[in-house]
Each structure stands twice: as structure tokens, then as C-alpha cells.
Design a protein around this ligand. Sequence first.
Ligand SMILES: C[S@@+](CC[C@H](N)C(=O)[O-])C[C@H]1O[C@@H](n2cnc3c(N)ncnc32)[C@H](O)[C@@H]1O
Length: 276
Amino acid sequence: MISTDFEFLAGFLKTNSGLTLTPDKAYLIESRLQPIAAKHGKGDVAGLINALRTFPTQDLRRDVIEAMTTNETSFFRDTKPFDIFKSEVLGKLVTARAARKSLRIWCAAASSGQEPYSIAILLKDDPRLAGWKIDLVATDIDTSILAKATTGRYSKFEVQRGMPIQLLMKHFTKLNDDTWEVKPEIRSMVSFRQLNLLEDFSTIGTVDVVFCRNVLIYFDAATKGGVLGKISRRLSDDGYLFLGGAETVLGVSDAFEPSTGNRGLYVKPQRLAQAA
Ligand SMILES: C[S@@+](CC[C@H](N)C(=O)[O-])C[C@H]1O[C@@H](n2cnc3c(N)ncnc32)[C@H](O)[C@@H]1O
């Protein structure tokens, strides 16, 4: 790929999705964009980038962005954050929200749905939340991956990645040898919608917990800081933010501080100050 095409594509992705495309990731371009070039009748990736530069349709722009996102995920990914969510976070919120008996949770890079369905299963099985109103919103930039998430259908391989057998038996229906479907009572707890973290997300309203895991790693420091600042404005003052294991707020944003002893969990700084 000629360097002017690479630079144009890198700029397009950075502006529209936040993805920082570095030269060491150039190998991804051919494999991910060739099918999009064929779909749109542009011949090859050079033709596709030329179309993107000159008269891009909305569909072409969307397909390029979605092809370049990485949707890697699994049920109960990394295990520990879900243990912390159940013990530490829900423990505190059940007390703090006892009067109103409602919780709002936002999963901000939901991919194919394994993360929000894992959260929904924990909430459903928690006797402390019986009778509570739970609002679980799951968003992603990628409309095609959200379409998969909405079906709640997973292959045997996908469910074997992280879903404990007892929870699989309890909350999924086996449709055939290779397909399992999340039961309607869990599916109905999650509302999926498209949302780009670079754009305004005030429509999310105020939430008690945000899961924004394994997406900031693709952004540069300024973009990460901007997204964290906007998340902070959506989170209640005593709310909680989960980031991925390779992500941190340190040196990126002062909108959050790590929660001591709870790796991957972040809180707003003023609460720490008030508690002191
Ligand atoms: C690696 S997956 C992480 C999924 C899940 N949070 C987890 O930790 O398993 C990253 C997701 O972020 C989404 N994404 C990338 N850029 C985004 C943006 N600007 N706004 C919203 N979602 C974005 C991708 O489409 C992808 O589904």
C-alpha cells in the first residue's frame, strides 16, 4: 500500500472511530478491506481508498469502519472484574440504592454481546436484586456486530469460552449441536443500540456502572482522555467504571482514580476525598 493511502486511511479511521492505525498494523488492512472492496465493486483496496477519498457513500464509510474494528470478546472475560462487580460494586450499590430499588448499567463497547449478557446473568441470579428495576444498555459503534448480539445466539466454541456449564444450562437453550441461544428473560434485560464513543452520548442519561473494557486500547491518549471525561459526566458521583486489564486512567485523565485493591475498577476522585 502506498504511504499516502495508508495516511489517508489512518486519518479517516482516527477521525471517525478513534482507532489509531499504526504502521505495524498495516498487515490488517488488506485482509479486512479486500472483502469490502469486492462488496462495493471497487476491485482492490487501492480502489476502495480512492472511493473513500472522493465520493464515499454512507454505506462504504460504515463498512470500512466496521471492518477495521476488533470485536474480540468472551463471556465473563478475565473473570476477576465480574467477581468484583458482584461482591464489591453490587454490595455497595444495593445499600446505596435501597430506597429507589433501581440500577442503570451501561456496557459501552458491547461487541457481540457476551459482556452485557454476562452482566445480565449476574444481576438475574442475585437475590439481593429481586424486585429491583434494572436498566442495562449495551452500545457499540459496529452495527453488524450489534445485530449478532441482539440474536443472543452463540456457537459451541463461543459459549465454551467463559460460560460456566451450570449457567449455560440455566440461561441458554440448545438449538442444535453448534448453536446456543440466551433465554428470553436474559435477552430482554439488555437493550442494544449503536453509539460511537467519539460522539455525544448524553442520551445515555445517568448510570450507576459503566463497563468500557478493551476499547480505549485502540485510541490515542487525547481520545482516551476525552472519552473518560464524557463517561464521568454520565456516571453518578458514587458510580463505578470498569476498564480492561491493559487499560488505565493514570496519566490519561483525572476524571477517575483506581479503586484500591480492585484491579480494573475506577471511581470518581471526589468520593475518595469525601471519604477521607
Ligand atoms: C475488543 S472489543 C471489546 C468487547 C468487550 N468490551 C470486551 O471487553 O470483551 C472492542 C469493541 O469496541 C468497539 N468500538 C471500537 N471503536 C468504538 C467507538 N469509537 N465507539 C464505540 N465502540 C467502539 C468495537 O466495535 C468492538 O466491538
